[in-house]
Design a protein around this ligand. Structure first.
Ligand SMILES: C[S@@+](CC[C@H](N)C(=O)[O-])C[C@H]1O[C@@H](n2cnc3c(N)ncnc32)[C@H](O)[C@@H]1O
Length: 251
């Protein structure tokens, strides 16, 4: 897989392993960023950034300014990591809930969210009510979430995975499901919506790399997933301009 991860390869494996909170977020973000147009000086909201690895990666690789925003991880803990990375003033640690974000409308050029959007973004009102309005017209959104290859149904579990399935996994959906959800938005035009070809491999390798920090349930579930029910889903889109078309991006 190495050739796909020219940027991710530069980062210390232990730094990633000890701070990632799920499938390797740096590798997932590198694949996502290939489908986005991130440029120097942009303001990027990293929504559900966890330990801020992805916010640091974005600032380092694209020379953007990032707002590392998360609920479970205190801003002070992320600030330490940001200083250690030499990015004080370039990556801003913010403690906030996704429905109560302390940002001005149209402030950001892009929103990214790795392995977090499914916690708050499955409600049809979320995109336009809380997220898209923070983007400038023409601004981009890129999301990677864990999901499934075929719809499972609330309260049900994929065949063979019954013993591992948690009710929290009811937020795991197919690429088609996410595409229909985003179609309901009046503000976002979806550009990419796909099951990531390398997604499950990244997830599997990450669980093993995490060792005792990983979840035993997830490891056993991934091993038992003979029907490839589990997947990683990637979505990108742009905020429509006010007339309904898309804003041209310029150099
Ligand atoms: C599985 S972790 C992933 C963290 C990080 N993106 C990564 O990949 O390592 C999910 C993250 O989503 C964040 N999150 C969940 N619900 C949230 C909410 N309602 N508002 C803001 N962040 C939320 C959590 O704080 C957590 O850090």
């Amino acid at each position: 897989m190495a050739t796909e991860f020219v940027k991710s390869m530069k980062y210390d494996k232990d730094w990633i392993r000890l701070n990632m909170m799920g499938p390797n977020p740096i590798q997932l973000l590198e694949l996502l960023s290939n489908k986005m147009d991130l440029r120097q000086g942009m303001r990027v909201l990293d929504l559900g950034c966890g330990m801020a690895l992805t916010s640091i990666f974005l600032a380092m690789e694209f020379n953007v300014e990032t707002w590392a925003t998360d609920l479970w991880i205190p801003a002070s803990a992320n600030y330490k990591r940001i200083i250690e990375a030499g990015l004080d003033g370039k990556v801003h640690p913010i403690h906030a809930e996704a429905h109560d974000l302390p940002y001005a409308d149209e402030f950001f050029d892009a929103v990214v969210s790795i392995d977090a959007y499914h916690y708050f973004g499955t409600d049809p009102g979320y995109m336009d009510g809380y997220c898209a309005r923070l983007l400038k017209p023409g601004g981009q959104i890129g999301v990677v979430v864990p999901g499934v290859s075929y719809e499972i149904g609330a309260g049900l579990s994929p065949e063979g995975l019954e013993e591992f399935w948690d009710k929290d996994f009811d937020t795991f959906h197919t690429a088609d499901w996410w595409e229909s959800l985003w179609k309901k938005s009046n503000m976002i035009e979806t550009e990419v919506c796909e099951k990531m070809p390398l997604g499950k491999k990244i997830w599997q390798e990450s669980e093993w790399r995490q060792g005792e920090h990983g979840s035993d349930n997830d490891k056993r579930m991934l091993m038992a997933d003979k029907n490839d029910a589990l997947a990683m889903i990637m979505l990108t889109g742009r905020r429509k301009c006010k007339t309904g078309g898309l804003i041209e991006t310029s150099e």
